[in-house]
Design a protein around this ligand. Structure first.
Ligand SMILES: NC(=O)c1ccc[n+]([C@@H]2O[C@H](COP(=O)([O-])OP(=O)(O)OC[C@H]3O[C@@H](n4cnc5c(N)ncnc54)[C@H](OP(=O)(O)O)[C@@H]3O)[C@@H](O)[C@H]2O)c1
Length: 306
């Protein structure tokens, strides 16, 4: 199988390079690659896809700066929305599947029940709206696709909340973290492994088109940012990382006490039943991923300073 991976240097793209390798040839491109793989230049991107003629395009590239998207709306829609149209058309022409990733932020965050794929979308910020445009472009094109909506992505590599907490806890005596937004922190390695597992069941498989569609993909269980921060700090302390703040001392605050440019949904819980049943999967609890990533970060720190 020939796979074209876009966004190879992001949290998820990095992990996909590892997880997709056993499936066949992986051509891993990033924004500055030759051939062109800049999602802000859709025509060049379409030419790249046509020239490489892969069996599947796996798009891990995205405009992910949630707050900046409020003022860079056009760029966010170009990268997260328009580029998906180009990817979909080019992939369709060469008979390829498209794997793409979306977000819990397509929902408005109301209620407390985990969101199902069939629930109505209603994004509350520009990033969410731009990601929804990407989903709709794929669905409208008729290309066979897997869109994985995920939440609160973190990994040892890249920028994320867990790493921000480690950095801040090493510098400050106090931390205040929002405790009224609910979801599941999801390790990029888990998303990458699920992607490989699902792709194996669809790409080049006769009759697999009925699996085309949207799937919710998040770690098991639920939490809020405050409890998530506490677990990061507990594990960091256990691993000997420098933390000045004890987990019990992290102050829970409400969303209104932490103003940011983009509104966040309060309920980001995702119901993963469809994914688990369709692909025969079990998803590990979110705590497993957090503990493992903090342990790996600590091991990397020990390697740097023997
Ligand atoms: N992070 C989260 O919490 C979260 C939550 C829900 C869903 N998701 C979705 O999950 C997917 C993976 O996210 P992630 O966490 O891996 O994001 P990430 O670490 O921010 O990686 C995104 C990658 O996309 C690249 N990119 C941005 N603009 C590009 C362009 N014009 N052309 C080519 N590449 C471009 C970035 O490159 P540069 O480094 O050069 O900018 C970066 O390598 C995305 O679809 C995202 O929307 C993420």
């Amino acid at each position: 199988m020939k796979l074209l991976l876009l966004g190879a240097r992001g949290q998820l793209g990095w992990e996909l390079q590892r997880s997709l390798a056993p499936l066949g040839e992986v051509i891993a491109l990033h924004r500055a690659s030759t051939p062109a793989a800049d999602l802000a230049r859709p025509q060049d991107l379409a030419r790249t896809i046509a020239a490489l003629a892969p069996d599947a395009v796996v798009n891990a590239a995205a405009y992910t700066a949630v707050d900046k998207a409020e003022t860079e709306r056009e760029l966010a829609f170009a990268v997260n929305g328009k580029a998906c149209e180009a990817i979909a058309e080019a992939a369709k022409s060469c008979g390829a599947w498209v794997v793409h990733y979306s977000t819990d932020y397509v929902f408005d965050g109301g209620g407390e029940r985990p969101w199902r794929e069939s629930d109505a979308t209603s994004p509350v910020n520009a990033y969410g709206a731009s990601k929804l445009a990407g989903e709709q472009a794929l669905a409208g094109s008729g290309v066979p696709h897997l869109v994985f909506r995920t939440s609160w992505v973190f990994e040892t590599w890249g920028q994320n909340f867990a790493k921000s907490m480690l950095r801040l806890a090493a510098q400050r005596e106090q931390l205040r973290v929002v405790a009224d937004q609910w979801g599941a922190p999801t390790r990029a390695a888990l998303i990458a492994d699920v992607t490989a597992h699902a792709l194996r069941q669809v790409a080049g498989v006769a009759g697999a088109q009925d699996k085309s569609g949207i799937y919710h993909l998040a770690a098991g269980g639920e939490t809020n940012w405050h409890r998530y921060a506490q677990l990061v700090l507990e594990q960091a302390r256990a691993e000997g990382l420098p933390v000045k703040v004890r987990a019990e001392a992290v102050e829970p605050i409400i969303t209104a006490d932490y103003p940011v440019p983009a509104k966040r949904p309060a309920n980001s819980r995702l119901d993963t039943t469809r994914l688990r049943q369709t692909f025969g999967l079990a998803l590990p609890p979110w705590e497993d991923g957090v503990r493992a990533v903090v342990s790996e970060i600590a091991a990397q720190a020990r390697e740097r300073t023997p």
